[in-house]
Design a binder for this molecule. Structure first.
Ligand code: CDP
Length: 220
């Protein structure tokens, strides 16, 4: 069983999916974290030539685990969970994610993972490209101002130097790249349930989505 949530940067997909996973006792899968991990590896390697980097990518052993409200990511045994959340990674991730080699690597990992058990996953193209037959699809959105403000408050907890202006610039540019790329762009699936969270409290949006899940799947 797979439930997917797609939507633009900072629309609250991950925090919502985590809470729903905990309440319903299912697994959480963060596809953006996998693109961030690849981006981190490319940056750590000193921004190598892309053709060479992508040729070696399939040899990387990714491992993920969701526990204690955290989606842990390891690559070849190195824990990347914190490093993938920096502004530096955020500034490059949409470029790396636009390559078809990155997309097929991440998609293969995700499809293998969800063959057993129940999952809620979040991303950009899950309902359209990765899991077109998902049991249930959501599309979450909110105004750019609200998304930037939420992300700014979240990032400031660990990085005091971050500014609202930079966060807004990053979200705007990532949305633009994610929507206009050739390979599996961010797009609402025709059969997705749209959740606009502008002006809604976190608890309100979670309750609304849990109601939909209980109505449309066998989970309760
Ligand atoms: O949490 P946030 O909305 O900031 O982004 P994320 O889910 O961590 O994803 C980071 C980036 O990965 C996005 O801006 C996309 O460029 C890329 N991504 C993607 O292309 N396809 C996905 N299914 C998930 C993420």
């Amino acid at each position: 069983m797979i439930i997917v949530i797609d939507g633009p940067a900072g629309s609250g997909k991950s925090s919502t999916a985590k809470t729903i996973a905990n309440r319903l006792g299912i697994q959480f899968l963060d596809s953006g974290a996998l693109y961030r991990a690849i981006t981190y590896l490319w940056l750590k390697g000193g921004k190598p030539d892309k053709a060479e980097f992508f040729e070696n990518l399939p040899k990387v052993q990714l491992q993920t685990e969701y526990r204690d409200q955290t989606f842990f990511v390891q690559a070849d045994g190195e824990d990347l969970t914190d490093q993938i959340r920096t502004q530096h990674v955020a500034d490059h991730v949409s470029e790396i994610a636009s390559y078809k080699e990155a997309r097929s690597f991440v998609n293969r990992y995700m499809r293998n993972l969800v063959t057993e058990g129940a999952y809620i996953a979040d991303g950009r193209d899950l309902g359209t490209a990765v899991f077109p037959d998902a049991d249930l699809k959501f599309y979450m959105d909110a105004s750019l101002e609200e998304r930037a403000n939420r992300r700014f408050l979240e990032m400031r907890e660990t990085d005091q130097s971050v500014s609202l202006e930079d966060v807004m610039k990053n979200l705007r540019s990532r949305d633009q790249k994610d929507q206009s790329r050739e390979n599996d762009p961010l797009k609402k699936a025709n059969d997705a349930v749209v959740i606009d969270t502008t002006g809604k409290s976190f608890d309100e949006q979670v309750s609304e989505m849990i109601q939909v899940i209980k109505g449309k799947t066998t989970l309760n």
